[in-house]
Write a protein that binds this ligand. Structure first.
Ligand SMILES: Cc1cc2nc3c(=O)[nH]c(=O)nc-3n(C[C@H](O)[C@H](O)[C@H](O)COP(=O)(O)OP(=O)(O)OC[C@H]3O[C@@H](n4cnc5c(N)ncnc54)[C@H](O)[C@@H]3O)c2cc1C
Length: 423
């Protein structure tokens, strides 16, 4: 699509969206749905239209999800909605005084409203060997479609894969790789898997599942260095002196929010671009949404930065409404999912600060829910293969319904009993 460079005529509005990821794609189409009549221009540095990242470590990596299924919308939808998409182009700077963005091709565009949806980038593996490893074709992070395509090529039975990082993405890659017949080792620096996101009970469950599937899990193991043979990483060395041979290394050690553009423009940033309940930054004409922003969450009761598709979609809804003058605040209960083997994990709420855990169902049956409680209220729920508990759980957490432990445990008591009891 040809880039347009003219200045804004009086009365004609221009919405510029920085980034072409999940939040950006949702925002662009919602702006049209909610009546934005002016131009909509979406600018992304990747060569692709907005796509879903979750399948990159699940169905797409496994080969079950096709490439065309990843895209949020086909080009024809953007054309029809008169959404201008500029790919392979970075936004390099924001000039707030002149309401202009400068692009990597040297051109500039004027905006009336600007939305920053720049997501995040992989946290690099700490250590002196990382720069050399990043030039090797068997060492990868997994953030983009192009990363996934490269890793998929390396999933060959019998190869040895070392996954650094026992978070969701690392474990999903491990589950997919072991299904493909690779020998997989997961190296996690913390004392347990999923340490940042769930309870020790759930971590122990996932560790057992992966061990049973044949994954070699090494928690409490810090990567100290890498060994090379020319342009290949051949082993990972731990702080304890272990040498773990590797044909493929995949690193998933967290995400750094892309806030550089906002910081350089003088916007308030603190672990993400700070926004209010309407996705507005410290500049009233600039919004931010998705993984890159830090918002006041009404359910959790404090500011948080979330890295999830449901959050990106909800913020796109709220941002579109704000830009169109309707101002619908963000109101989502945080939730997330992960697929590993036959397990569908769905989590709602944040479990930090819980006083006790109550379980419904059984871990042996691979269908259970853990309820994280404080007083009579549920702060969070992790459900495994129990979609109904998740649906009810979203309401129980979001509406701060009071519950009692015995009824939660008792499978014969439907969870919707608590709604009627609270009336
Ligand atoms: C492998 C993987 C698995 C995941 N699994 C799940 C899951 O199971 N469930 C779930 O809820 N979430 C999952 N996530 C997280 C989810 O994909 C993200 O939360 C979501 O993509 C956030 O959307 P976003 O638009 O904020 O950022 P992104 O989708 O990352 O998009 C940001 C875009 O902005 C571009 N950009 C950055 N800076 C600039 C610039 N200056 N100029 C132009 N373009 C720029 C980036 O290149 C990128 O394309 C997963 C993520 C990954 C990587």
């Amino acid at each position: 699509m040809e880039n347009t460079r003219e200045t804004i005529a009086p009365g004609s509005e221009v919405a510029i969206i920085v980034g072409c990821g999940h939040a950006a794609g949702e925002l662009a189409t919602r702006l049209r749905e909610q009546g934005w009549a002016g131009r909509v221009i979406m600018i992304g540095e990747e060569p692709h239209l907005p796509y879903q990242r979750p399948p990159l470590s699940k169905g797409f990596l496994e080969g079950k999800t096709g490439l065309s299924d990843l895209f949020l919308k086909p080009q024809a939808t953007y054309d029809l909605a008169q959404i201008e998409v500029i790919l392979n182009t970075r936004v390099e700077a924001i000039d707030r005084t002149n309401r202009t963005v400068t692009l990597s091709d040297g051109s500039s565009l004027q905006y009336t409203k600007l939305a920053i949806a720049t997501g995040g980038r992989q946290r690099p593996l700490p250590g002196a060997d990382t720069a050399r490893a990043e030039a090797c074709d068997n060492f990868h992070y997994l953030r983009t479609l192009d990363d996934a395509l490269k890793i998929r090529e390396l999933l060959k039975a019998g190869k040895r894969m070392v996954v650094v990082g026992g978070g969701y993405v690392g474990l999903e890659v491990a589950a997919t790789a072991i299904k493909h017949g690779l020998q997989v080792t997961v190296v996690e620096a913390g004392p347990r898997l999923l340490g940042r996101v769930t309870s020790p009970a759930m971590s122990a469950f996932f560790e057992q599942v992966h061990c049973q599937a044949g994954v070699d899990i090494r928690t409490g193991t810090l990567v100290e260095g890498l060994e090379f043979d020319g342009l290949r990483v051949v082993a990972v060395r731990s702080h304890a002196g272990e040498r773990i041979p590797a044909d493929v290394v995949v690193v998933g050690v967290g995400l750094l929010p892309n806030t550089g553009l906002a910081e350089a423009a003088g916007l308030a940033v603190d672990n993400g671009i700070l926004v209010d309940a309407f996705c507005v930054t410290s500049d009233p004409d600039i919004l931010a949404l998705g993984d890159c922003c830090n918002h006041p969450n009404p359910v959790v009761g404090r500011n948080i930065r979330l890295e999830s598709v449901p959050n990106a979609v909800e913020q796109a809804r709220s941002a579109a409404s704000t830009m169109c003058g309707q101002g619908e605040p963000y109101r989502m209960v945080p939730w997330f999912w992960s697929d590993q083997y036959d397990l569908k994990l769905k989590s709602v709420g944040l479990c930090e600060g819980h006083e006790r855990i109550v379980m419904r169902g059984t871990m042996e049956g691979r269908a259970f829910s853990l309820f994280y409680l404080k007083g009579k209220r549920i702060l969070a729920i992790d459900t495994i293969n129990r979609p109904q508990d998740f649906v009810m759980g979203k309401r129980l957490v979001g509406e701060r319904i009071e519950v009692d432990d015995d009824a939660l445990i008792d499978e014969s008591t439907p969870l919707n009993k608590f709604f009627t009891a609270s009336l």
